[in-house]
Ligand binder design. Structure first.
Ligand code: USQ
Length: 383
């Protein structure tokens, strides 16, 4: 297939780009280094310094003999994107090109405005580039499980049948996100659904939980191919953060009561899900939605898992509840349905001691680069 990856320099974008190119697809990788710039502005740089996209592609070519075309530019510029889509005529576009941090989106007016503008404008431009220049192209869009919030009913895969006063209808599952970032993803889904039902776009929207991991088939070839691994409070996801804290000897930062449950998945499973989505495209006028996770844990359960994986390596980890900087339920019902991707063939890589142990060993190599000041939350939801 001919596939464009938007946000190809990101934590998920880069491993996805390599995975698709490794599988023999013709790949164009686009990014504007927005995440690198925000990381610099907020002192939230990744633990392992990553070569830029052009340099990573050269290393990838050296190691695999395979080519990836790189385009650096801002997808808020419609002309930039439209020209690439018109010339390349993609079969699929994988869209990761959004400001992905909930804490950053809650920092203040400027950060909120940037998140809202960037995320919605890019999604709107992608929709129009497809409509004008590649109307049969399948859009694979990264949504988030956070779109649903933590409802007191089971979370279906995107859609729900509602019976009301004796009549029934199928609707998007109710969404009530817990940060502005997550809310932009809700708005994205609404935008996509409008264009799907009005103009016959083909879209798969993947409601993904927090991802953890470093290792993929390609990133194992050379440390310069590793994803940008964040452990700070802005870009670091909780499992990655806890593992770095374990190595740094800092008590694990459980926010509040630690009863917050989310659906987690290994980075390798994100790659499988994207591959499955690309190979099972939505029909014209169809919005497919999958819940993309492989297991659910509370924050306390994650802390226990990191504690026990560390113990096996002789590392003694302490756990510390700190005041929750977010506004979120700390004790709640959480039951997502996630059979769709399994039915398509997803084979989960679960969060075992071995998986966490391998991550700890990699992080250990970079122990000297861990900056304590990045660990504690610097953004509060309370204004
Ligand atoms: N948490 C802690 N301690 C920490 C960090 C986080 O207790 O040191 C808690 C948070 O309060 C939250 C849970 O762990 O309840 C998950 O937090 P996270 O930072 O791993 O995830 P989140 O901010 O929700 O965002 C991440 C990605 C985002 C993606 C989302 C999926 O950054 O791009 O959309 O995971 S989900 O959480 O399902 O919405």
């Amino acid at each position: 297939m001919k596939i464009i990856v938007l946000g190809a320099d990101g934590y998920l974008g880069w491993p996805t780009t390599m995975d698709l190119a490794g599988k023999g697809h013709e790949v164009v990788a686009i990014d504007n280094y927005s995440r690198r710039n925000i990381a610099m502005q907020t002192s939230s740089e990744a633990l392992i310094s990553c070569p830029n996209l052009e340099q990573r592609v050269k290393v990838f070519k050296e190691k695999t003999g395979k080519d990836i075309q790189v385009e650096i530019g801002d997808l808020c510029n419609f002309k930039f994107l439209a020209e690439i889509v018109e010339n390349f005529k993609p079969d699929a576009i994988v869209h990761y090109a959004e400001q992905p941090s909930a804490p950053y989106s809650m920092k203040g007016y400027d950060e909120a405005h940037f998140t809202l503008k960037n995320n919605l404008e890019v999604t709107h431009n992608v929709i129009w580039a497809i409509l004008k220049h590649a109307p049969d192209c399948h859009l694979v869009k990264l949504g988030t499980m956070g779109e649903y919030g933590t409802p007191n009913i089971d979370m279906e895969e995107g859609w729900i049948d509602i019976e009301h006063k004796g009549r029934t209808g199928k609707f998007l599952f109710p969404r009530q996100a817990g940060s502005l970032y997550h809310t932009t993803k809700v708005l994205d889904t609404d935008l996509l659904w409008f264009y799907v039902r009005t103009y016959g776009l083909r879209v798969t929207d993947l409601m993904q939980g927090p991802v953890y991991g470093l290792s993929t088939t390609e990133s194992d070839l050379d440390d310069r191919l590793l994803p940008n691994f964040h452990y700070d409070d802005i870009f670091g996801t909780v499992v990655n953060r806890f593992l770095v804290q374990a190595i740094a000897g800092i008590p694990l930062t459980v926010y509040g009561k630690g009863g917050q449950i989310r659906g987690y998945l290994n980075l390798r499973d994100t790659l499988q899900c994207i591959d499955l989505a690309c190979n099972n495209p939505a029909e014209k006028g169809e919005l497919k939605i999958y819940n993309q996770l492989t297991e659910t844990f509370s924050v306390n359960e994650l802390a226990d898992k990191v504690h026990s994986a560390s113990k096996l390596l002789g590392i003694d980890v302490k756990v510390n509840s700190i005041p929750n900087p977010r506004k979120e339920p700390e004790d709640h019902y959480y039951n997502p349905i996630y059979t769709g991707l399994i039915d398509l063939g997803l084979k989960p890589n679960y969060m075992t001691d071995e998986v966490l142990g391998k991550m700890l060993e990699t992080i250990l190599k970079y122990k000297g680069d861990i900056k304590d000041y990045m660990i504690f939350p610097r953004v509060s939801w309370k204004k």
